[in-house]
Design a protein around this ligand. Structure first.
Ligand SMILES: NC(=O)c1ccc[n+]([C@@H]2O[C@H](COP(=O)([O-])OP(=O)(O)OC[C@H]3O[C@@H](n4cnc5c(N)ncnc54)[C@H](O)[C@@H]3O)[C@@H](O)[C@H]2O)c1
Length: 281
């Protein structure tokens, strides 16, 4: 049951690939809260993916776009305003991809062409999206734009690789554009730093199962799942959060503020009793 938090609002949701995607859950919640929206993903994902089903379910137009191409993004905003019947109130950037991660290149042996692609797809596309929307004056006042991030932007989490650099850039773009968009048009820009979550993009990260388990045990509230992330996104799209902008908002059960938990300390002490691993690393 929804609360009509997004009644009358128009949105664009980038990045729903399958029913595990965070963007998929956001689409479901946005519909539940009364919003209308368009969906966008790469042409391949739109052709082959399950996103067609999602579109049908919510009567949402699917507009293919490679988020690294400005002309594609221009088309998404133009078409969305046309089919939704006016300016846009919320945008979700839920896009990430690293070829270095996919091809198992470690951080001290990066392929720089792949790194450029990682940064373009996962971070600079956020700037492109914002710039296109700004130049077209496509957002309503008090509109809300969100990108999805991860705590590896601030802390080293082995295996996250060059995506950590992409997330640091994504968060910085959110702040820098948030200043201009807020000043000029009263549009809010934020990033949500989400717990590790089982999705297609998430599963590419080296050691993701261990990482998910570790952060779940380390967080006092446990990991946040994709549906909980969608709830937070909807709140951020609503008028209840009108003065929140230029923030990186942790949605992680408390993980980002933890150093050592009681449970981790107990486990750590046990490791001294059972083997000598602590002297090696
Ligand atoms: N899963 C996690 O553990 C986790 C944690 C924190 C943040 N995030 C972030 O959440 C966002 C969504 O990821 P997800 O976990 O739902 O995985 P996902 O694989 O379902 O979504 C990633 C999406 O990016 C799209 N994409 C890739 N290249 C693109 C391009 N050039 N143009 C347009 N779209 C493109 C994919 O088609 C896919 O829909 C990403 O930014 C991810 O980094 C994920």
């Amino acid at each position: 049951m929804g609360y009509n938090l997004l009644k009358g609002k128009r949105g664009i949701i980038f990045g729903a690939l399958n029913d595990m995607s965070i963007a998929w859950k956001v689409a479901e919640k946005a519909a539940e809260e009364g919003a209308v929206f368009t969906l966008s993903n790469t042409p391949v994902a739109c052709r082959m993916g399950e996103v067609v089903e999602l579109g049908k379910k919510y009567n949402a137009e699917i507009i293919p776009a490679d988020a690294t191409k400005v002309e594609d993004l221009e088309n998404v905003f133009d078409k969305s305003m046309e089919v939704l019947g006016g300016k846009i109130d919320f945008v979700l950037h839920s896009i990430g991809m690293s070829l270095n991660v996919r091809k198992k290149r470690v951080y001290h042996d990066l392929d720089y062409n792949y790194l450029s692609k990682t940064l373009d797809i996962s971070a600079i596309s956020f700037h492109k999206m914002l710039q296109v929307a700004f130049k077209k004056d496509a957002m309503n006042e008090w509109g809300s734009v969100l990108g999805l991030s991860y705590v590896a932007a601030q802390r080293v989490l082995y295996g996250y690789n060059d995506m950590a650099d992409a997330k640091a850039l994504l968060e910085s773009i959110g702040r820098s554009f948030g200043y201009i968009y807020g000043r000029e048009k009263r549009v809010r820009v934020n990033t949500i730093s989400q717990s590790p979550t089982v999705t297609t993009a998430g599963s590419g990260v080296k050691g993701i199962d261990g990482l998910i388990d570790f952060s779940d045990r380390m967080s006092p509230l446990g990991n946040a799942d994709a549906e909980e992330c969608a709830n937070y996104c909807v709140t951020m799209f609503s008028d209840l959060t009108k003065k929140v902008t230029m923030q990186n908002l942790f949605h992680d059960g408390g993980f980002s503020s933890m150093g050592m938990s009681l449970r981790a300390m107990t486990q750590y002490n046990k490791s001294f009793e059972t083997d000598d691993i602590s002297t090696k690393y």
